[in-house]
Write a protein that binds this ligand. Structure first.
Ligand code: 3EB
Length: 343
């Protein structure tokens, strides 16, 4: 694969490349590495397209990789950011040494580098961003680290002129117990439709009681994936109604609320062109604050989505803190769906 410099523009394709979202055992994903746009590695077994994440895999026993494949890709490096770009889809990743207590500047710089890559590549809109912030709920010196992250991210979005409110990408933000600040991102030159959840206040409108700067993400996003298909990316979804956390201390009630939010997002996807989708169709990552909740959460999750569903068979359970102390579980997911974006 040729290494391109940052400024060497790929020829943007007019039609979407058929993106594929493959959840594979890490050993199989490694075989496809050169053909991959990029991916997320759960557990050990990272490859060059899907560098490792520090968050601990609870289940399944063997490492799993979410691999995104598209067309032949150019690749490059910009500061800490590595990227691959097939002319339609751009995937990038960065891992920053996290010695700093205060995450504001680290987040600002990381997103500034990310946006510099997008800028140089023709400004494809972000579809989804995965954020891993070690010790997310710790005090960074006057402000929780997650809230510091939001301040830095907000600043970078504003300065770069990327949509920080309506139109913000889907995202998740989790706190592994160790590791580095890690960001993964997918952008597309095709049509992208960010979605909100009518049951929840959009995150970019959260009141200041959740921090001085609001988080810049939408609850989900649909992206044209060519051939009558839509890539559906669901943000980290938790037990929040309106903007309030619900069911404090009750992980199973939080799971049930989270599933209602996922169902609401699937309804939004259907309203915007997806032929059919329910939470049972998603390749989910279930983040658990307390790994000892795994057995109970898995039993309830499988009962809700059906034990034979794709979601039940393929779910990945990961130990990580969630961005509000009282939240015990968060679920994100994705799927390739039949459908065409509604106008
Ligand atoms: C929430 O709904 C839970 O800051 O990018 C979920 C997904 C959450 C993304 C982010 C945070 C983020 O507010 C936390």
């Amino acid at each position: 694969m040729p290494e391109a410099t940052l400024s060497a523009a790929a020829t943007p394709s007019r039609t979407a490349t058929p993106l594929r979202l493959l959840r594979l055992p890490a050993a199989e994903a490694a075989l496809l590495d050169a053909a991959a746009l990029g991916g997320l590695a759960w557990g050990a077994g990272a490859s060059s397209a899907a560098p490792g994440l520090a968050a601990r895999l609870v289940a399944p026993a063997e490492p799993v990789v979410d691999l995104f494949t598209a067309g032949a890709a150019a690749s490059g490096t910009h500061g800490p950011v590595r990227w691959r770009d097939d002319g339609h889809w751009l995937y990038g990743w960065l891992d920053l040494p996290d010695a700093v207590a205060d995450l504001t500047d680290a987040a600002w710089q990381a997103y500034r580098d990310l946006f510099e890559v997008l800028d140089a590549r023709g400004r494809p809109p972000l579809v989804k961003v995965w954020n891993f912030l070690p010790r997310i709920n710790d005090d960074g010196g006057g402000l929780e680290r997650y809230r510091q992250f939001n301040v830095g991210r907000f600043r970078a979005f504003s300065e770069a002129g990327f949509d920080a409110f309506e139109g913000a990408p889907a995202a998740c933000a989790l706190g592994p117990h160790e590791g580095t600040l890690a960001i993964r991102f997918l952008a597309s030159r095709g049509a992208v439709r960010p979605l909100d959840n009518p049951r929840q206040v959009p995150p970019y409108r959260y009141s200041q009681r959740f921090g001085p700067r609001s988080p810049n993400f939408s609850r989900a996003a649909l992206a044209d994936a060519a051939g009558g298909r839509l890539a559906f990316f669901v943000s980290g979804t938790a037990s929040i109604v309106g903007e309030r956390s619900m069911h404090e201390g009750d992980v199973l009630a939080q799971l049930a609320e989270t599933l209602r939010n996922l169902e609401a997002l699937c309804a939004q996807a259907r309203a915007h062109g997806a032929a059919a989708v329910s939470p049972a169709d998603l390749d989910c990552v279930v983040y658990l604050r307390h790994p000892e909740d795994y057995a109970a959460v898995r039993t309830a999750f499988e009962a809700a989505v059906g034990a034979d569903s794709a979601a039940a068979r393929r779910a990945v359970y990961v130990e990580a803190d969630v961005c509000r102390r009282e939240l015990l579980v968060e679920i994100e997911g994705h799927a390739l769906l039949a459908g065409v974006l509604a106008r």
